[in-house]
Design a protein around this ligand. Structure first.
Ligand code: PGA
Length: 254
């Protein structure tokens, strides 16, 4: 069985004080009602990783993740943060290939696989994002498009490395728009992803791979999405910036 996971993607929001307060509020709610079967990952901006990682120590099934890492291992890359730096802070997860990175920072599949490999070498599990833009869905090419994203990246990993991954399907047109994909659309894509993993790595690995859905997930729609057969949890943006809302989403995944 794949692990149930709900990950928060705080993106570039909040200063240090508000980030610590948000983490504190969340941890307080977790301590009252910890659904320990569901892994909770809070992906925070780089400057707050160390502090929030420390705050989360001792909270069962709560982990901290970064939102990106460099495709280079070290050297003259001003402004970049390496997977090795994250490892030195004991950060266990990193989001790679978020559509905002692909679209706004022009990250290509060939860069993303390097990031994935460096993360794994540094013992960090990537949360690897895939998803189609609206135009591709309107042309009904969404499944081929997403499977191709996986084929050009993570399907090049060996079985052992692939089994370190968490996948997140996020249709770009549903991110931050308030527009969620329908349950049928979500299940259709998750099932196609699951089948493609089975084809490449076999059914045992496929059943153990957590495939999250992301895109305007809120406490009001989380349960019906998480109950879909091939959905193992969510990657939550806007709604994760409110501790109560986020814990309600986490507790919808059981
Ligand atoms: P959203 O973002 O929940 O605000 O739509 C999801 C994401 O970008 O990971």
């Amino acid at each position: 069985m794949a692990k149930k996971i709900v990950a928060a993607n705080w993106k570039m929001n909040n200063d240090e004080y508000s980030s610590k307060s948000l983490a504190y509020e969340f941890l307080k709610l977790v301590s009252r009602q910890n659904n320990i079967e569901t892994i909770k990952i809070i992906c925070v901006p780089f400057p707050f990783l160390a502090t929030i990682n420390l705050m989360c120590q001792g909270a069962e099934s709560v982990f901290v993740g970064a939102q990106n890492c460099s495709s280079h291992d070290k050297g003259a890359f001003t402004g970049e943060v390496s997977a090795n730096m994250l490892q030195s802070l004991k950060i266990p997860y990193v989001i790679i290939g978020h559509s905002e990175r692909r679209e706004l920072f022009f990250e290509k599949n060939k860069d993303l696989i390097k990031k994935v490999e460096l993360a794994i070498e540094n013992n960090i599990s990537p949360i690897f994002c895939c998803g189609e833009p609206l135009g591709i869905r309107e042309k009904n090419n969404h499944i081929d498009y997403v499977i191709n994203q996986l084929e050009e990246t993570v399907f090049n990993l060996n079985t052992e490395d692939f089994s370190r991954l968490i996948l997140a399907y996020e249709p770009i047109w549903a991110i931050g728009t308030g527009k969620t994909a329908s349950n049928e659309e979500i299940q259709e894509m998750h099932s196609a992803i699951r089948k493609s993993i089975t084809k490449k790595y076999g059914s045992s690995i496929s059943q153990k791979t957590s495939v999250l859905y992301g895109g305007s997930v809120k406490s009001v729609n989380a349960k019906e999405i998480f109950d879909l057969k091939d959905v193992d949890g969510g990657l939550i943006g806007g709604a994760s910036l409110n501790a109560q809302e986020f814990i309600d989403i986490v507790n919808s995944n059981n």
